[in-house]
Design a protein around this ligand. Structure first.
Ligand code: DOR
Length: 444
């Protein structure tokens, strides 16, 4: 007797091949995978031959709770996640108050366990004075350092503090790599006229490629000096890919986000403030270098940096525009659509979005459809290209920079811990995910 059987699915195997069959789940785990399961189950899903994937792990989201829940809260962010096939997320500390000590971590864990339909984990945020907390707060998937300022108050940009953080402890350090000094300097020269209405595209000049490269080089040097586990978040430039291609120590990993793969400075013309984010979108040719970095294994995984702001907040004049766009629910369809266009394979997507993030953060039993693994699954429709509109967005932000695109691969059913949480376009109430566990000292 099973709790759930997903029948007649095209099951994604780790090597990117598929197998027609059934998946039986009990006690939150995948217990059996076979061509046909004879047992009974409390619930069953007819896969109708659709592609069944391991649930996506999104290792970088901002869900705004506590502090700005009109943009998103943990519950609404998790609902958006499962609608997009994301069954586990790692959330950033730049809320208000920020997640910089055990008290805030405990608050978030409790709140998430009461409201999140997906599995959850949280970063602890670095300040210039919370060194002790950084390595003692549990459970934390890693330490987040904003080397350049972005949304919220977290910033560590001086050598003394960075040295201290990199030299104490073993836990993974994830960096937002933009150089604060260069941001300030370019802000004062490029945005000196208070009476000008600047085009939003100037954002990509203020925080230019060199702004990202300087900070990435600095983080790499620190990691090498102290042998410290380093993960570079949302790598955005071809130059950084080249830098890492030439020298990527074994303790260093990095990620890219769909916004830097699928958007470019051309999008400012039609989307304006919507596509303002940190690090900014780049020239069109840059995306090819990021894709190449993914294919060559220089870039390890894909995250979204889901960063919801309301459209009203976004539409003020630059530079008051908040940076960031929602994305947790569109990453899988964007990547599956790219797969249909021949830009990547199913094996790549499994590696970059499921197995890779689980291995990188040392999350046990996730990211694969295999017996004994957690029953986090998503059944996707590869037959229908669906037009995305702002009204379809589940995130409280209520809009997407990908509106107007026809995307293939939208989830039909999402399963978290062996329970159906999303089906027929609706999220089932009263089901909650689990806190994730980590061993973030390990390397890939
Ligand atoms: O554009 C961004 N927005 N980049 C970040 O790193 C932070 C994020 C946010 O929290 O709004």
């Amino acid at each position: 007797m099973y709790d759930l059987i997903v029948r007649n699915a095209s099951i994604a195997c780790n090597d990117g091949s598929t197998m027609a069959g059934d998946v039986g789940c009990r006690d939150g785990r995948i217990q059996e995978i076979s061509a046909s399961i004879n047992s009974q189950s409390s619930e069953s899903v007819d896969g109708n031959g659709h592609l069944l994937l391991p649930g996506v792990i999104d290792p970088q989201v901002h869900f705004r709770e506590p502090g700005a829940t009109h943009k998103e809260d943990l519950g609404s962010g998790a609902r958006a996640a499962v609608r997009g096939g994301v069954t586990s997320f790692l959330e950033m500390p730049n809320c208000n108050p920020p997640t910089i000590d055990q008290t805030q971590m405990d608050w978030k864990l409790k709140r998430a366990s009461e409201t999140c339909v997906a599995n959850f984990g949280f970063f602890v945020g670095a300040t210039k004075s919370n060194l002790e907390s950084l390595n003692n707060v549990h459970p934390a998937c890693g330490i987040k350092i904003f080397m350049g300022s972005s949304t919220g108050s977290l910033l560590v940009d001086d050598d003394t503090s960075l040295d201290k953080i990199f030299s104490h402890g073993q836990r993974l350090i994830a960096v937002h790599a933009e150089d604060e000094y260069r941001i300030k300097q370019r802000t004062s020269t490029l945005l000196s006229d208070n009476n000008t209405t600047y085009d939003y595209s100037i954002h990509s000049q203020v925080r230019d490629s060199e702004t990202a490269c300087i900070a990435t080089r600095r983080a790499l040097e620190l990691s090498e000096r102290y042998g410290r586990r380093l993960h570079i978040l949302h790598l955005s430039t071809g130059e950084e890919v080249e830098l890492l291609r030439q020298n990527k120590p074994s303790q260093v990993t990095c990620e890219v986000i769909p916004n830097h793969l699928f958007l470019s400075t051309e999008d400012y013309k039609t989307q304006g403030a919507r596509v303002v984010m940190n690090p900014p979108i780049r020239e069109p040719a840059n995306a090819d270098q990021l894709w190449q970095g993914l294919h060559d294994g220089v870039i390890d995984i894909i995250a979204t940096d889901h960063a919801p702001h309301t459209l009203a907040e976004k539409s003020v004049n630059y530079p008051a525009t908040p940076s960031g766009m929602p994305g947790v629910e569109t990453s899988l369809p964007l990547m599956l659509t790219a797969m249909t266009e021949g830009r990547c394979t199913l094996a790549d997507i499994l590696n970059w979005m499921c197995r890779g993030p689980a291995q990188l953060y040392g999350i046990p039993n996730k990211g694969q459809i295999a017996e004994g693994f957690d029953a986090d699954l998503t059944l996707v429709d590869m037959q229908t290209a669906q037009l995305l509109q702002d009204e379809d967005v589940v995130s409280r932000a209520g809009w997407s920079a990908y509106r107007g695109r026809r995307l293939t691969g939208w989830p039909l059913v999402t399963v978290v811990g062996g329970r159906v949480v999303y089906a027929d376009g609706a999220i089932r109430p009263g089901i909650f995910g689990q806190p994730l566990t980590f061993d973030s000292t390990q390397t890939l």
